[in-house]
Design a protein around this ligand. Structure first.
Ligand SMILES: Nc1ncnc2c1ncn2[C@@H]1O[C@H](COP(=O)(O)OP(=O)(O)O)[C@@H](O)[C@H]1O
Ligand SMILES: C=C(OP(=O)(O)O)C(=O)O
Ligand SMILES: [Ca+2]
Ligand SMILES: [Mn+2]
Length: 660
């Protein structure tokens, strides 16, 4: 072992200096201006300067501080009102800032004092305390930055780690996918008339009282905590149809997730945010009471359109929040003649816009993230008279088997600020193993859309030219690509066929054929024919072409064949974008009557007709007929509905299904 005792100390020229008393000093750097370690720590953090000037045109720092204090006070009053117990009719006492930073105020120097968070307390409650909860303070961590949220998560939430590329690895707990069987909507006089209820509908009913019971449960839980996270954010890049949303949650993970997934307001926009249009109470760590009326498990995700509120109990899967708000948009937008779309969206350099509809796992995120095109969004959009707009400000990519080669843009987006859910990593190097399904198959990355280098900001575009319907066909009988006429597009849009891939929805372990109207039955609020009629009208008006792309199996059904290679699907999509497929030669398939191209650049021609890829031709025919039968059965419920004002379209759509 090396020893230092015998070595002579080497002095630098600097060190040889002596002070006036002849005492030689060796500490050559000047000291810090702090008397205590707390003071030293307070020097480290500078007050963050707003990126936009404070409105009142306040000249002096003092005046600006007063304005900010006023604004802080308004924000805290508004949050206290959000968190008010309806039974007790009082808001909790809230205070801005981290409870762990108590006492720091004293340590901070004079200039900081007027701004110190702990200076302001906003008791919205009356002077007489009526419950123990009104005696305590709830700290509000309001719109924290990603760095602050990292610190909160790592310090207080088990399972939070920084990965080797800087992402925040988190665990969503027992639920690693959505719980559609626990999604409830308040059925009152208005919604009884307006919404889609009953067989096939995603809206499971609850009454107002049941909602209020769950709301109270969530609010009491949140108020019992020492601190809650609050985010005020926007939805929809179409600023005329923007929604102001407030998310109140118990976890830094949820706060960072929504910060990434929604549109982040500027400092100035936040200042004039005012009252939110919609509020989420995420008490997902806390269960609902299954003895309560309407409750069937310990999970409930509840929406009250009248109250403009969503309550989450018993699931910490963050996707519930973004998809819950998507449901709200599916209610609000069609009222304004705007079609909400469960689709990805991108745009070519010449302004050609494509929509990618599809259920979970069919490729919306993967295929809309295309290095040669501008990304408008990966999952939720609106189509209005002025074009398309993304509802969100971030993407939510699946990362199972993610590869740098196949999906470089998503790979590179997994960096500081990105939330990585339920992934497995090396305990020492913190390198993520994207192939590992130990926690779940539904591993996810949530990142701000600007992490994709060619994101189109603002995320809006002109009217779509191509409407691509993605189906991941586990039966392996749908062609890799077919060109659809309008009636076929509507038929397949209403059918919403895919094989549900394991993981995203709780409890599904292997691919199963599923039909989900409008490729998003879990999120629609009105009857599917309402959205279908709007889509038909818009496609006709703006001359968009429909396509059906099978991103699923080829050469046999699941278990026998293989999933179509992603590079081939990308070539197919390229040919749609470029217009090559509009002028290609086509032939018509049996049973489904689909127009399939005979040749595409970069794709082996034999795979374009699925029959060629099956060795067992009898099995192919049987499987084809089986799937056609499933389509027919599924469509029966829609045959009694009129689609749009035009009866002939309804007839055409009915005739556009499989014929056998
Ligand atoms: N041919 C293919 N086309 C599209 N995706 C494919 C294909 N083959 C495999 N995949 C994988 O399937 C998944 C598609 O998921 P994703 O794009 O997140 O779907 P969505 O956004 O519609 O839920 C990704 O993990 C992707 O790598
Ligand atoms: C977040 C989800 O969306 P998708 O799988 O379509 O990306 C989900 O369905 O839970
Ligand atoms: Ca019950
Ligand atoms: Mn997606």
């Amino acid at each position: 072992m090396a020893t230092t005792t015998g070595l002579a100390r080497i002095e630098t020229q600097e060190e040889k200096k002596k002070d006036e008393n002849g005492v030689r000093y060796t500490d050559i750097t000047p000291g810090v201006r702090a008397q205590t370690i707390d003071e030293l720590h307070s020097l480290q953090r500078k007050r963050s300067a707003p990126t936009t000037p404070i409105k009142d045109g306040a000249a002096s720092a003092f005046a600006a501080a007063l304005t900010e204090e006023k604004r802080d006070k308004q924000q805290m009053q508004s949050i206290s009102a959000s968190l008010a117990s309806l039974a007790r009719e009082t808001g909790p006492k809230v205070v801005k800032g981290d409870p762990a930073r108590k006492g720091e105020a004293a340590a901070q120097g004079a200039p900081q004092t007027p701004h110190t968070h702990h200076q302001h307390r906003y008791p919205a409650a009356p002077t007489i305390a009526v419950s123990d909860s009104s005696l305590k303070l709830t700290h509000v961590l309001y719109n924290l930055s990603p760095a602050e949220l990292y610190e909160q998560a790592i310090r207080y939430e088990k399972g939070s780690f920084i990965t080797s590329t800087g992402a925040l690895a988190t665990l969503s707990g027992a639920k690693t996918g959505r719980s559609p069987k626990d999604k409830r909507v308040v059925k009152d006089e208005a919604t009884t008339q307006e919404l889609w209820w009953g067989k096939g509908s995603p809206n499971i009913e609850m009454d107002e009282r049941a909602f209020l019971i769950n709301r109270e449960r969530a609010v009491d839980y949140l108020n019992s905590l020492e601190k809650v996270f609050v985010n005020d954010l926007f939805l929809n890049w179409d600023t005329e149809n923007r929604l102001k949303v407030r998310i109140i949650s118990a976890r830094a993970y949820h706060s960072l997730f929504m910060h990434n997934m929604c549109i982040r307001p500027t400092y100035e926009e936040l200042e004039s945010f005012g009252t939110p249009d919609f509020t989420i109470y995420n008490a997902g760590r806390f269960p609902c009471n299954r003895y309560a009326h309407y409750m069937t498990s310990s999970t409930s995700v509840d929406i009250s359109l009248a109250r403009k509120e969503m309550v989450i109990l018993g699931t910490q899967y963050a996707g519930e929040m973004k998809k819950g708000l998507f449901g709200v948009m599916h209610y609000l937008m069609p009222k304004r003649g705007i079609l909400s779309l469960h689709s990805g969206c991108n745009m070519g350099k010449d302004g050609d816009v494509a929509l990618f509809f599809g259920l979970s796992g069919t490729g919306k995120t993967t295929l809309s993230t295309d290095h040669n095109r501008l990304l408008i969004g990966d999952d939720e959009h609106c189509w209005s008279d002025s074009g398309v707009s993304n509802i969100e400000g971030g993407c939510y990519a699946k990362c199972i088997d993610l590869s740098r080669e196949k999906e470089p843009d998503i790979w590179n987006a997994i960096k500081f600020g990105t939330v990585l859910e339920n992934v497995v990593f090396d305990e020492r190097t913190r390198e993520v193993d994207f192939a590992d399904k130990s926690v779940t198959e539904n591993t996810r990355a949530a990142y701000p859309i600007e992490y994709i280098p060619n994101a189109k900001i603002p995320c809006v575009g002109p009217h779509p030219k191509n409407v691509i319907l993605l189906a991941c066909d586990a039966y392996g009988v749908l062609p890799p690509v077919s060109k659809l006429n309008l009636a076929q597009t509507m038929y397949h849009f209403i059918s919403g066929y895919t094989a549900l891939v394991a993981g995203t929805v709780d409890g599904i372990k292997e691919p199963t054929a599923t039909f989900s109207a409008c490729f998003g039955a879990a999120f629609i609020m009105y009857h599917p024919t309402k959205y279908a009629a709007m889509l038909a009208e818009k496609m006709q008006k703006y001359g968009a072409t429909g396509w059906l792309v099978n991103t699923g199996w080829s050469g046999g059904r699941y278990g026998v064949g293989k999933r179509i290679k992603l590079p081939y699907t990308r070539k197919i999509i390229d040919a749609i974008h470029s217009g090559e497929l509009l002028t290609a030669d086509y032939k018509k398939t049996e049973v489904f009557g689909l127009e399939i191209p005979t040749n595409i650049d970069g794709v082996p021609s034999e795979i374009l007709d699925p029959i060629n890829t099956w060795t067992d031709k009898t099995a192919y025919k049987e499987t084809l007929l089986k799937l056609a039968g499933l389509f027919k059965n599924n469509f029966e419920v829609f045959s009694s509905y009129k689609i749009g004002d035009d009866n002939s379209l309804t007839e055409e759509i009915l005739a556009a299904g499989p014929n056998f």
